[in-house]
Ligand binder design. Structure first.
Ligand SMILES: Nc1ncnc2c1ncn2[C@@H]1O[C@H](COP(=O)(O)OP(=O)(O)O)[C@@H](O)[C@H]1O
Ligand SMILES: CC(=O)OP(=O)(O)O
Ligand SMILES: [Mg+2]
Length: 394
């Protein structure tokens, strides 16, 4: 087979993997799959480029309760498919790249050590991202591996968007508003540029609403500000993460309630957000299907806070030309898009209800307000392209 690139995207609840054929300066999908529902409803599934199902296997929760078990199951299945492939490299999503990495980086021992130092800043992701790099490096030390960072796309933020209102020595020490989901924003803004070049040059807010959720303000395709900051806890409420929170709550829990920092951390990352508010589930599908009042509260809270963030980012941009929804909730939940947009009438946002319900790309009502679009994200394709460009510079 021709040259290929393998991509691993380890998220907080799933590990996605894709194999791409190299076609000159571009890549074409050969197969793609995921192991999702880790620890809850584990399912390994993959399809080839024509959409033919190659595997669809469910596991008991205890069989795949952790990321290493998931990696093992993926390796068992995928290795035979890589046997006759001429791999030129493996591309990985690495959530935290810290203050210095503003571009993808070929991994060596030193890079790996630097990235390990960010594990405490992304406890749901960083270790899960780095484990496969280490495993592959041990088995195939000859194979180039490329780390593509969620933070890199935001490294050009203006100073005002990169800071907290804290003593500036902390900023020099790396306490900055890094921002995440950058690979997704880069892909979606590129797709918007292909779809509507004029619009992409304007003031755009992209809402990446998945298990993790954030929103990003872009001017001419460049990130100006994002709701996530030092860690992937800040900003919007998420499946299990709290989003923006009064830091006084953290002090209170530690100083007055006797919780340890680790207990507070666990609560903020694993038991908050939609799960904490609803007491039911972190999955938006379950909340939308439920008639429990706390589920409705969680859904309303989510929509309100996304809308508030969009309005805030529109202030950063000095107006809003386009609002784009992406990721699991953004792409597949018309009801949530409608609730968010209903709160943004003051910015002139108006939806075309049938287009929204049908999941069309353009979903704004005719008029003078901002355009509203749904653009599916593809972090893996972005990683494959970055990996190709780094390993085969033009
Ligand atoms: N049809 C749907 N309606 C509502 N929510 C959905 C739908 N499909 C997926 N989701 C939500 O999307 C989330 C996952 O989004 P995704 O972008 O795949 O997350 P991640 O990559 O962070 O694991 C799920 O937790 C679920 O709440
Ligand atoms: C950074 C982040 O929150 O990623 P995910 O949405 O994949 O959890
Ligand atoms: Mg994701």
């Amino acid at each position: 087979m021709s040259e290929a690139i393998f991509v691993v995207n380890a998220g907080s609840s799933s590990i996605k993997f894709k194999l791409y054929r190299v076609t000159g300066r571009d890549v074409a999908l050969v197969l793609g799959g995921a192991l999702d529902g880790i620890g809850t409803r584990p399912r390994l599934h993959a399809k080839d480029e024509a959409g033919t199902v190659l595997v669809d296997r469910r596991f008991a929760p205890e069989e795949i309760a952790s990321a290493p078990q998931a990696q093992h199951a993926i390796s068992e299945w995928v290795l035979p498919h890589l046997a006759d492939v001429d791999l030129i490299g493996v591309g990985h999503r690495v959530v935290h790249g810290g203050p210095h990495y503003s571009h993808p980086e070929r991994v060596n021992d030193e890079v790996l050590r630097t990235l390990e130092s960010f594990i405490p800043l992304a406890p749901l992701h960083q270790l899960t991202n780095l484990d496969p790099i280490r495993v592959i490096a041990e088995r195939r030390p000859d194979l180039p591996q490329v780390a593509c960072f969620d933070t890199a796309f935001h490294r050009g933020h203006p100073d005002i968007a990169d800071r907290f209102a804290l003593p500036s020595a902390l900023y020099e020490d790396g306490v900055r508003r890094y921002g995440f989901h950058g690979l997704s924003y880069e892909y979606v803004s590129g797709a918007l540029r292909e779809l509507a070049p004029e619009l992409a040059r304007g003031r755009v807010v992209i809402c990446h609403l998945g298990s993790g959720a954030s929103a990003c303000a872009l001017l001419d395709g460049r990130s100006m500000e994002s709701t996530m900051s030092f860690t992937a806890l800040d900003g919007l409420p998420m499946g299990t993460r709290c989003g923006a929170l009064d830091p006084g709550v953290v002090l209170h829990l530690i100083e007055q309630k006797g919780m340890s920092p680790a207990q507070v951390g666990h609560m903020l990352y694993h038991d908050s957000g939609l799960k904490g508010l609803s007491g039911l589930s972190s999955d938006m599908r379950e909340l939308l299907a439920s008639d429990v009042p706390a589920a409705a509260l969680a859904v309303d809270y989510f929509a309100l806070h996304v809308a508030q963030a969009v309005a805030g980012l529109a202030v950063t941009l000095g107006g809003l030309d386009a609002l784009v929804f992406t990721a699991g909730i953004g792409e597949h939940a018309p009801d949530i898009r409608a609730r968010i947009c209903a709160r943004l009438g003051l910015l002139g946002v108006a939806l075309d209800a049938p287009a929204n319900a049908a999941g069309e790309t353009w979903i704004d009502a005719e008029g003078t307000g901002p355009h509203v679009l749904v653009i599916p994200t593809d972090e893996e394709r972005m990683i494959a392209l970055h990996t190709l460009r780094l390993l085969r510079p033009a």
